[in-house]
Design a protein around this ligand. Sequence first.
Ligand SMILES: Nc1ncnc2c1ncn2[C@@H]1O[C@H](COP(=O)(O)OP(=O)(O)O)[C@@H](O)[C@H]1O
Ligand SMILES: O=P(O)(O)OC[C@H]1O[C@](O)(COP(=O)(O)O)[C@@H](O)[C@@H]1O
Ligand SMILES: [Mg+2]
Length: 455
Amino acid sequence: MTLHLDDLRVRHLGECHHDSPLAEMLAAKRTSPHYVAEGDRVLLEDTVSMLAEHGLPPDRLPSFEAAGPRRKIYFDPVRVTAGIVTCGGLCPGLNDVIRGLVQELTTQYGVERILGFRNGLRGLTAQHRDDTIELTPDRVRDIHNAGGTILGSSRGAQDADEMVDSLLLRGINVLFVIGGDGGMNAATHLAAAIRARDLDIAVIGVPKTIDNDLPYTDQSFGFQSAFAQAANFISSVSIEAAASPDGIGIVKLMGRHSGFIACYASLARNAADIVLIPEVPFALEGDDGLLARVEQHVRAKGFVVIVVAEGAGQDLLAERGLLEGDATDASGNAKLGDIGTLLRETLTAHLTAAGLAPTVRYIDPSYAIRSVTANAYDSVYCLRLAHAAVHAAMAGRTETAVVRWRRRFVHVPMPLIISKRNQVDPDGDLWMSVLEATGRLVGNPSARHPLLVDG
Ligand SMILES: Nc1ncnc2c1ncn2[C@@H]1O[C@H](COP(=O)(O)OP(=O)(O)O)[C@@H](O)[C@H]1O
Ligand SMILES: O=P(O)(O)OC[C@H]1O[C@](O)(COP(=O)(O)O)[C@@H](O)[C@@H]1O
Ligand SMILES: [Mg+2]
């Protein structure tokens, strides 16, 4: 899909008439290599060939509005009541974002009332809307020292109009939704319901996902902390596998439809022999199949380390009747079959039948990779996203997500951020790095699984 400048424009609640408390500091600011001034824009694409293809003057090229403080703002800060909600699966840095929002709203803008809705969007239903947490700088001072979210989170559907009623009843003017694709979808519906009732409430999204499956953001916050933790399990399993005769080490990592965690964690340790992700199908049987390749590896090297994303090989589970049909969770996300156990069982059987005596070490760290605290890099990232989110809200942007795009902080219209899924491109340079690292680059690129082609 080719995007045009108009597709990238964000919605405003109206004209900005109030002086920002930051106006004086901003007065002399101009665009530089390190700052994008208010009114300037950040290009969607970044190669000469992609830009040339448009044949447009620079100011007509597809570009995002720069995030950051404005000299004039829409809301009078003393009249603002802000709401914060965290939704979906946990992600390192959620508490950092909450803390950053509260600190920025209070110290820079003087907002006096901030409410945290509990347990995700469930907290915005009629039944739970009164059970909020008053968020103050004191309350959030130390929350970044713990993983998870002090507000709680949940999956499951809510009615958009009922949530709008909650915002009205609690006097919320700006709502910050920290969520993944589901949360951004819900926030988009919520913003549409607000618009349909012509209400003056801003909805700002802060995209969250350890899977890194949201588009138009370089990498989502918490992703780095999660894959760093995942990498530790790869080290453990490779030590175990290397110390066992005919050792097989398998680590299954989260990643429902996108294999970014598996790729990055594997590259971080450079110890994996085989990486399996949802985006690249593979066969078990046959000369190029996984079983044969693992056997070759074990015979040649003595052990093998396999990193598998939980969403990989779902077709193989379906063929074997090991999937629950079209099962979904409360939010409508696909319920996955257990590829790790299938690998463990089929590899054990195959290698035993081939006369080897495999020792299989299988680790499924599951929630252990996403419940950790944010590392220092992610903490900085979360804080800066929080700053951008507060500036966007105070300037009356709505139905807008704040993201980092090509290292700049920008505003992305929410409908765009839910328009597609970010996945590892089998033709992209990340997957090429994985193939290089696992020594599988040479071969027939059209093979069903390039990892399993002779290299
Ligand atoms: N398509 C959708 N429309 C409206 N709400 C949605 C949609 N998808 C998910 N939601 C809601 O958003 C919340 C978070 O979604 P979920 O998929 O669980 O997590 P995440 O935000 O991490 O992707 C849930 O309460 C869910 O019901
Ligand atoms: O928390 P649950 O419902 O067990 O879900 C686990 C899923 O959550 C994730 O960690 C992230 O999913 P979301 O970004 O949709 O929250 C996936 O990697 C994993 O499949
Ligand atoms: Mg999701």
